[in-house]
Design a protein around this ligand. Structure first.
Ligand code: EPS
Length: 396
């Protein structure tokens, strides 16, 4: 059994679509739960005007009957309400008068390399597929994978730890479920109210007419309840940390990924980095620290899987940077169109989805099963065997 995912669609086309192949049968598919994740993705202080146009909702087109998967591919659709404003500029069929080409690539976006790669004089085709709008489909896929993961006790949460240089520190082994619950009520999804206030102020500063700009930041995703042994050290592309790094890095605007302490491990000695192992008859195997972020040797070790990602400030700048007109090769200002000032809170929700996709892939790889009952049976048999050797699932 192999779990595979595909998305398709453009930011201003008719819709975004997603296909997931390899889900076991009898898995509950809750449209409201998927729409909840889509709504979370649209939120966050600093989001652009597009989010006032869209009310992202999912339509299930295949693979589900009476709210349960049947073992075949599940296809989902999220329509773009904005499409009605783009019927000419994004017409699928030829038009008499094509829109004038946009020829001023935005530094930091896909425009410049994309126009050369796909041999187009107009950056619109590049912008449309490279847009972060396309993460809508990934969040819908992530919501389906959450359903599979929760069937074996794995829960995924996130929170924002930095925006525009304002950090919220949570040292040691925080209670991620508690942090995430606080973050859910914050406009910037930050669990530290003082830091959240400063983050909002930093975003407000970038919204002012005289100091218009965009802001990036860092979010953290934690997966609670992973049994040890998901992933493998046996092959480069089976290591869970390398899969998670790729999944998170694939999100638009992400330029760095860390597992656990991440780059912090490079500056302190091993005696302060590695998580010492203890055993007690009540709690089984425990660690005093989790600098490894729940992954050792490319495999989960039973601690929370903790990853962070660094998001660059959005490339569509209200005060455009220098660029070159791809037609005349004359200096110009980069193209500008509606965008966000800050989308780090949304990126955290997308990060949850990418962690869910990746953990579902390795869970299906390990436990298999053509039905969710068989998947759960295989997982519990494995977990019982690991518990017989002293590992205890974490108390949530
Ligand atoms: C986004 C939708 C886009 C952008 C933004 C995020 O919609 P539109 O282009 O119609 O405004 O607002 O995408 C970007 C900033 C980008 O550079 O990709 C969304 O739904 O997340």
């Amino acid at each position: 059994m192999l779990l595979r995912f595909l998305t398709a669609g453009e930011s201003h086309g008719p819709a975004l679509s997603a296909v997931v192949e390899g889900l076991p049968s009898n898995l509950p598919i809750d449209v409201d739960a998927i729409n909840l994740q889509l709504r979370r993705r649209q939120g966050g202080y600093g989001r652009g005007a597009r989010q006032q146009i869209e009310t992202d909702t999912v339509e299930i087109l295949t693979g589900v009957r009476y709210g349960l998967t049947m073992g075949g591919p599940v296809t989902m659709l999220i329509r773009n309400r904005d499409w009605e404003n783009w019927l000419q500029r994004m017409s699928i069929s030829p038009v008499e008068e094509p829109a004038p080409p946009i020829t001023q690539p935005r530094p930091g976006h896909a425009d410049f390399p994309g126009m050369l790669k796909y041999n187009t004089d107009d950056l619109r085709p590049i912008l449309e597929r490279s847009s972060a709008r396309n993460t809508t489909a990934l969040v819908a896929l992530g919501a389906v994978c959450r359903s599979l993961l929760s069937s074996i006790g794995i829960e995924i949460v996130s929170h924002v730890v930095m925006i525009g240089g304002v950090w919220a520190e949570f040292p040691g082994k925080p209670d991620y479920l508690a942090l995430a619950q606080i973050a859910e009520g914050s406009p910037v999804r930050c669990a530290n109210p003082d830091a959240a206030t400063k983050m909002v102020a930093a975003i407000d500063h970038c919204m002012q007419e005289t100091t218009r700009d965009t802001l990036g930041g860092v979010f953290e995703v934690a997966a609670i309840g992973c049994p040890p042994g998901l992933g493998s050290y046996a092959q480069w592309d089976r290591k869970l940390d390398s899969k998670l790094a790729a999944s998170l890095m694939s999100i638009q605007a992400i330029k760095g990924v860390e597992v656990g302490l991440g780059f912090g491990v490079a500056e302190i000695p091993g005696s302060q980095v590695h998580d010492e192992l203890f055993f007690g008859t009540v709690d089984g195997f425990t660690r005093g620290t989790n600098n490894a972020g729940g992954i050792e040797g490319g495999m989960t070790n039973g601690e929370p899987v903790v990853v962070r990602a660094a998001m660059k400030p959005l490339s569509t700048l209200p005060t455009p940077l220098a660029s070159v007109d791809m037609k005349t090769r004359q200096p110009v200002k980069a193209h500008f169109e509606r965008s966000d000032v800050c989308a780090v809170p949304a990126a955290a929700v997308i990060g949850e989805a990418m962690v869910a996709l990746t953990l579902a892939e390795v869970a299906v790889e390990k436990f298999g099963g053509d039905s969710v009952q068989e998947f759960k049976r295989n997982a519990s048999t494995y977990i019982e065997s690991v518990m017989s050797r002293g590992w205890q699932p974490p108390v949530k």
